[in-house]
Design a protein around this ligand. Sequence first.
Ligand SMILES: Cc1ncc(COP(=O)(O)O)c(C=O)c1O
Length: 451
Amino acid sequence: MIQETLLTDAAARAHHYLANIAQRAVFPDAAALTNLHKFDESLPDQPTNPAAVLALLDEFGSPATTTSAGPRYFGFVTGGTLPAALAANWLASAWDNNGSFIVQSPINAKLEAVALHWLVDLLGFPATTGGGFVTGATMANFTGLAAARHALLQSQGWDVEAQGLFGAPPLTVLVGEEVHVSVLKALSMLGLGRERVIRVAVDDQGRMRPDALPALDEKTILILQAGNVNTGACDPVGEFCTMARTAGTWVHVDGAFGLWAAAAPNRAHLVAGIAEADSWATDTHKWLNVSYDGGLVLCRHPEHLKAAMSANAAYLATGDAREPAQYTPEISRRARGIEIWAALRSLGRSGLADLIERNCQSATRFAEGLHAAGYEILNKVELNQVMVSFGDNATTQRVLAAVQQEGTCWSGGTTWRGRAAMRISVSSWATTPADVEQSLAAIIRVAQEHR
Ligand SMILES: Cc1ncc(COP(=O)(O)O)c(C=O)c1O
């Protein structure tokens, strides 16, 4: 009974939060941040009524959130949570199943397998593709590159999981000049080194240049990018995959958000040939609009992924069926396949394509509106990313801070080729054309005031 009252209260509070999210300031105000010190208390000696704990959390916690679930949050690459994904996440939280093995959560294992099957079909990947449900693209990059490391060293007669890297045949790692920092982090964690890489020159949008690629061989991992975090540009993956295939080079694609272009007919040309790669990393908490934390590693050769990630012990004995933990770094973990299934089940093929396309069109509208107002768009807007400069770097920084302060919408900043920029990323199902117009008007008004 207490539990029922508490969950009803939590649902009402969450509903109230989301129902008013479009009216909330996109970033907490000074009072909300100051009030965070209400949490600086000693651990109570005695238990507290859970209802009071929840009330405290809502009173001082909700105002100290960024409204990243709302329609006018354009910071980083942030997808809101789809209603079906959020509701499934709540139910799955109540189930509190460990997602690691079938015996611990038959439903999670089933829905992971179903979601994987749908995704592979949706993206046009080889039917044999396997995958693991990880926390985000950083871990998906790590896991995909672990599979690459395993496969290439195995073909050199070296068992890296058993013997480690000391004395192993050297592997070459090729990345673009615009490689995302998470890939370098993954390489450092894998013992492949963040500075031991060869950096390949890129074009003006940050795409790796095929003519700048060194000779490839079967001891090389080529890491491509679909969706540059600043420009949104995708490497010409098809061209690179063709070059790599004949050389026996492993191709890994960091497609944290750009991978989803493959699911939208009008954008799929940007990642043409992506199905020819060996492994792929993506986020589900970005463009699939599923709750944090969620990412996916996909691998053309699931046996290599499994070899790199499996850990066996007598008490973990398993059969022939796909066991979720055999494809991820974690053993115990959240059953995050459930909300991914729910997102896909509710969107369907056309709903996902529509989400991607709408966001891309909104990005184009931002670029057109800001350009028409006299501001410089620094990238070719083909996907969901827009970089705008409001003049010299100091002016741009001033406008950026003022837009963040004004509160209609929130965008982050970046530096592109020495130019300061506001970075607008449209990634949420909740963003409507009216939100874009409202945000554009606010940005332009603020920019004119801070010329
Ligand atoms: C291209 C790219 N790769 C990897 C990542 C890392 O993703 P996550 O923070 O979800 O691990 C990002 C995040 O923005 C990204 O844009």
